[in-house]
Design a protein around this ligand. Structure first.
Ligand code: AMP
Ligand code: ZN
Length: 113
């Protein structure tokens, strides 16, 4: 496993506020929330970003997709709605290079870009 920040969170070397976990996925609160609900979902293997999703690691991404609604339910936003964002690469604003989905909600969100 890589020693990137989110791999360290998976290994428990960096603390996080866990929201949900299974064999493939970890979800934890974003340290700088932009809305009342702001959770990051990550696969439990290191994948840099969407450009690195392949047939070999797609199982983790599939599990991540399925976990979204579980996290939304736990956070109480499943029915009212929420937004999922996956920043990719420099122009996409990706800062942490371990693929992650931002699940954001708990208020009416602004413009969709
Ligand atoms: P991105 O810009 O899409 O790469 O987003 C990275 C996100 O990780 C930002 O929203 C940060 O607030 C968040 N973040 C950085 N370090 C931590 C941490 N130790 N625990 C939780 N969230 C973090
Ligand atoms: Zn990583």
């Amino acid at each position: 496993m890589s020693d990137c920040l989110f791999c360290k969170i998976i290994k428990g070397e960096v603390p996080s506020t866990k929201v949900y976990e299974n064999d493939y996925v970890l979800a934890f609160k974003d340290i700088h929330p932009v809305a009342p609900v702001h959770v990051l979902l990550i696969p439990k293997i290191h994948i840099d970003n969407l450009n690195c999703v392949t047939e070999d690691n797609i199982e983790y991404i599939s599990k991540l997709q399925i976990a979204i609604k579980e996290v939304a339910k736990i956070c109480g936003v499943k029915d009212e709605g929420y937004r999922v964002i996956c920043n990719t690469g420099e122009n996409g604003g990706q800062v942490v290079h371990h693929i992650h989905y931002h699940l954001i909600g708990g208020k009416k969100l602004g413009s969709k870009i």
